[in-house]
Ligand binder design. Sequence first.
Ligand SMILES: Cc1cc2nc3c(=O)[nH]c(=O)nc-3n(C[C@H](O)[C@H](O)[C@H](O)COP(=O)(O)OP(=O)(O)OC[C@H]3O[C@@H](n4cnc5c(N)ncnc54)[C@H](O)[C@@H]3O)c2cc1C
Length: 112
Amino acid sequence: MGNKNNFAKLHELAKLLGGGVGATRPVVYAGWADHSALVGQAGKHIKPKILFSFGISGAIQHTAGLGEADFIVAINKNPQATMMKLADVGIVADASDVLNTFIKELKKRIRE
Ligand SMILES: Cc1cc2nc3c(=O)[nH]c(=O)nc-3n(C[C@H](O)[C@H](O)[C@H](O)COP(=O)(O)OP(=O)(O)OC[C@H]3O[C@@H](n4cnc5c(N)ncnc54)[C@H](O)[C@@H]3O)c2cc1C
């Protein structure tokens, strides 16, 4: 997500969707998320109906926590990223651009 402010916007999306925000280890180490949000080998194992993976490479230590996800949408600027190969839908784009558009569109539809 590039920086702490961009990462924080994930909470806005999660609130709109009734979900939660998980994180990878670099994000936790950078102080953008609490350790309790860590997903993977050293963190939580999650079982979401749908997982949106914004700018995540797909390292085995992270994906070890995703075994139970029903449907994965990955957003990554690198189409070769492992996470894109694991995803049901992959979007090759800037993560923040997709996040901002997604939030805007959801808010619009909620208002309608
Ligand atoms: C013993 C051990 C235990 C570990 N346990 C865990 C664990 O429990 N959980 C965990 O997550 N990690 C764990 N790790 C770390 C793990 O190996 C990876 O380093 C980590 O998961 C990578 O996190 P990342 O995908 O966020 O970052 P990166 O590997 O840096 O990947 C960033 C990804 O974002 C993409 N990207 C960059 N900028 C943009 C943009 N603007 N728009 C779209 N895409 C973009 C890149 O193409 C890349 O794919 C562990 C490591 C070790 C050695």
